[in-house]
Structure formats: C-alpha cells, structure tokens
Design a protein. Structure first.
Length: 498
C-alpha cells in the first residue's frame, strides 16, 4: 500500500507538471481548430500559468483551513473535471476560462503531493519515496513536448487534456482510502484579503510579463516595463505586509529554517538554469540543424531517460553519505554536461548529442533528491504544506524566468556574433566568386553565404550561452554547503511518517 500511495502522489505531481508543457506543443493545432491566430492562442498558456502560480503559494493556508488530504483530493477532482471541459471547448474564450479553472486546481496538487509524502511515508523509506516523486519532476518537462506533439498530430489537441481524466479519477478514488487517516488538523483562519490581493497583483504582472516579453521586445515595450514595475512594487509590498500581518495568507516565516531556505534557493536556481537549457537545445536544433519540432522533442526526451534510473541510486547515496556532498556532485556533474554542450557543432550527429542528453538526466536526481530531502528537515508538521507550496512556487517561477531570459539572451548573442562573423569576412567576395564558378547564380551564392554566416552565428551564440550556464552552475554548487550538516538521511526529520 505504501508503494501505491507514493505512486498516486508522484502521478498527481507528474500530471500537474506535464500540463504546463504539453499544451505548448499542441498550441498550433488548438489555434487552427478554434480559428484564432497563434499569438491569440498563447492566452491558453498564459492564463493557466498565472492561475497556477497564484494558488501554489496559497497551499499552506488552504491546507490549514480545510485539511491537506481534503484539499489535495478536491484539487485532483477539479483538475479532472476542468481537463474534460477544456477538451470540449468550442471557442477560445471558453477554453481560456476552463484553463484558468484548471490552473487554479493544478496549483495545490504539486506542493501537497510533496507534503503528503513527508506525512505518509515512514522515515526509513523516505529517501526512496522522494526519489520516485522527484523522477516525475525531472521527466515531466522533457516528456511534455514529445507527448504533446504526438497527441496533437495523431489523436487531436483535445486529448492533450483528456489524458488527465483517468489519472484524476484513479487518484481520487484510491487517494481517499490511502490518505484519509493522515488528514491534518484544521483551524478557522481569517482571510488575509490585502495579502491575497497583493499576491495576485505581483504574480499576475510578473507571469504576464514573462509570457509576452519576447514577443514585445522586452524593455523596448512600455507594456512589459509597466508590468515589471507593478510586479516589483507589488512584491515588496507583499513581503512587508506578510511579514507583519497577524494572520498572513502565506507564512514566509518558514524561511527561518536555514536548511529549507538554502535548499529552496539552490533548487530554484538550478531549475531556472535547467529550463533555460531545455529551451536552448530545441531552438538551436530547429534553427541551425534543420530539425523538425518532433525530432527536436525526441532528442530532448533523452534528458529524462536516465533520470528515472538514477533516482533510486540518489536515494541510496544520501543514506550513506553527506547529502550535501551528493547534491554538490550532482550540480558539478550538470556543469560538466553543459561544458560538453559548448563543444557542439553544426554537423553533429543525433546519436552524439543523445549521449550528452542522457548524461544530463543521470545527474539531475543527484542534486534534486538530496536537496528535496534536506529542505524539510526540522519543519513542524503544520508547516509542511506551506513550505512545500513556497518551494514549488519558487521553482516554478525560476523555471519561467530562466526560459524567458535564455530565449532573449540567445537572440541577442546571435546578433552580436553575427556582427563579429560578418566583420571577419575579409574574403566574402572571393567566396561568392568560387560558388559562382561552381554554377550558382549570384543570388544563390549570396544566399548560401548568408546561410553559412547565420548558421555560424547561431552556433557560436549557443556555445557561448552554455559557457555562461557552466559558470552559473559552478557558482550555485557552492551554496549547497550553506545548509546545516544533515544527519544520515532516513527521513525528513520531524515531519517523518509513521
């Protein structure tokens, strides 16, 4: 029964994370079916992300008010119902409305699956349980694009939502029997309307800015600048209010636990870097190597393959060695993989790149599993849901920021590299003359030179971006040692199961 319980919690987390990325790939099909432009269709993604980002940090308040198990099961049921309604949507406004409801339901699923894991699983089995749960965090982002493309091409975009329904039904029916006895105490807490309003304001502004930033050319856009200013002011006001309010809607005091604070910082930083690399590889493959979206997704999917196999290895390592050392080794290993990507070149074969992708997946659990286990050391049971919500929120926002920044920085780096490459073309005229001598027309020769220049610029920019990522990862790896030295990891400390 314990294995089944962990499986239910892992699948709930998997489906919530999968739904973030699976709809992205199906977006062109959705836009076509609903007769809207792709730019209009992005609202399907934006509103879901904003709704989910708002309810994630509310998880602690909801759990204390209604009970962790009850909120988890209601969220799963609502997620299934709204997924069904999304698939039935006949217009864009209807789909956006149900996506908002789906995002509100999905938000608490991820942190509560993590909090219930700490409540249900006995201490001696906790590392293994965390490893199984963590494998879904690693696999879902890379499987989403692959699965989304297959479903949209072969089954229809509606099935990107319908696949959630059987999982939701299974989780609700089995979950009540498994978790009912682990329900947490409830208390009637007043609603912090000011804190809630400030949270909606800054999260909504930030998420919207991240989603439209690249389209609007970031700081050259008055709209993006206004949104970022609102997000910054709103965030500061939110922090001040929540730290001084008598009944805050988000308990920020949980960050007084050094192990939780540092683990959250490191997990968020690496997640941002991970999502940045996850965006760069498909962009480079399609821009420089001529890969289709499907084949780019196929190569990206290799990221998750060894992640599943290495997760139980990571759990065994933290039961024998200092968890900080395991996490440090995992992040340094990821930096090594990123360094290998700085050596990529335009004629590289699929199999050569797949080997590097596999190595990436192998190192992910080595950093993620120990940090997830250390994050909850010393937390009281009543703090678990709130802490899990804050960690999930930080990780989600960091991933969104990483992806947005990477896309923009990559474009800027490509433009800068193109200037350097063109400046170094001392014999451009000779190259065109040689191509004309081989039978090409002047226009064809010029187009060929242009393609070579652009391809080289993209390749150099991509290598440069991964070199920056290497430095960032090595810097973040040192932060791991700021966590208190943990005891032998047999569980999450105080919140351990029975």
């Amino acid at each position: 029964m314990l294995v089944l319980a962990v499986f239910v919690l892992a699948m709930a987390n998997f489906m919530a994370m999968l739904d973030i990325s699976i709809a992205n790939v199906a977006l062109p099909h959705i836009a076509g079916a609903l007769a809207v432009s792709p730019n209009e269709g992005t609202s399907v993604i934006t509103f879901f992300a904003v709704a989910e980002a708002i309810t994630i940090p509310l998880t602690g308040w909801l759990a204390q008010r209604f009970g962790s198990v009850r909120v988890f099961l209601v969220s799963m049921a609502a997620f299934g119902v709204t997924s069904f309604m999304c698939g039935l949507a006949m217009s864009l406004p209807m789909l956006v409305f149900f996506r908002i409801l789906q995002g509100l339901a999905a938000g608490p699923m991820m942190p509560l699956s993590q909090a219930l894991l700490a409540q249900v699983v006995p201490k001696k089995h906790y590392p293994a349980a965390v490893a199984m749960w963590a494998s879904t965090v690693i696999v879902a982002p890379v499987l989403g694009p692959f699965l989304g493309g297959f479903i949209a091409d072969n089954l229809g975009w509606e099935w990107a939502f319908y696949i959630n329904i059987p999982v939701a039904i299974f989780a609700v029916l089995i979950g009540w029997r498994l978790f009912a006895s682990h329900e947490t105490p409830t208390m009637k807490r007043p609603i912090d309307y000011v804190g809630f309003g400030l949270m909606v304001l800054w999260i909504g502004a930030l998420q919207t800015a991240l989603d439209i930033g690249a389209q609007k050319d970031w700081f050259d856009s008055l709209e993006v600048n206004a949104l970022l200013a609102i997000a910054a002011v709103g965030f500061v006001a939110f922090l001040i209010w929540e730290l001084t309010a008598e009944h805050p809607i988000v308990d920020l005091k949980v960050f007084r636990h050094r192990s939780f604070a540092v683990s959250t910082l490191v997990i968020s930083a690496v997640s941002g870097i991970f999502f940045a690399s996850l965006v760069l590889i498909p962009l480079w493959l399609q821009t420089n190597l001529g890969y289709t979206a499907e084949w780019a997704g196929n190569l990206t999917a290799f990221n998750g393959m060894l992640g599943i196999a290495m997760a139980p290895v990571a759990s065994r390592l933290i039961s024998k060695f200092d968890a900080r050392a395991v996490a440090f080794a995992g992040i340094v290993g990821l930096a090594f993989v990123m360094f290998m990507r700085t050596q990529f070149y335009s004629q590289m074969s699929f199999s050569s790149m797949a080997h590097v992708q596999l190595m990436h997946g192998a190192f992910m659990p080595l950093f993620f599993v120990p940090l997830m286990a250390m994050a909850f050391v010393g937390l009281a049971p009543k703090e678990l849901a709130g802490a899990a919500g804050l960690l999930t929120f930080a990780r989600t926002i960091a991933g969104a920021i990483g992806a947005s920044v990477a896309t923009t920085a990559w474009g800027n780096a490509t433009s800068a590299m193109r200037t350097d490459v063109v400046g170094g073309l001392a014999n451009g005229a000779d190259a065109i003359a040689q191509m004309e001598a081989q039978g090409l027309s002047p226009d064809q020769a010029l187009a060929n030179l242009e393609a070579l220049t652009q391809g080289q610029s993209v390749m150099l920019a991509t290598n440069q971006m991964f070199a920056v990522v290497v430095g960032l990862l090595l810097g973040v790896s040192l932060l791991v040692w700021l966590t208190p030295k943990p005891a032998r990891m047999g569980g999450p400390g105080a919140p351990g199961g029975h």
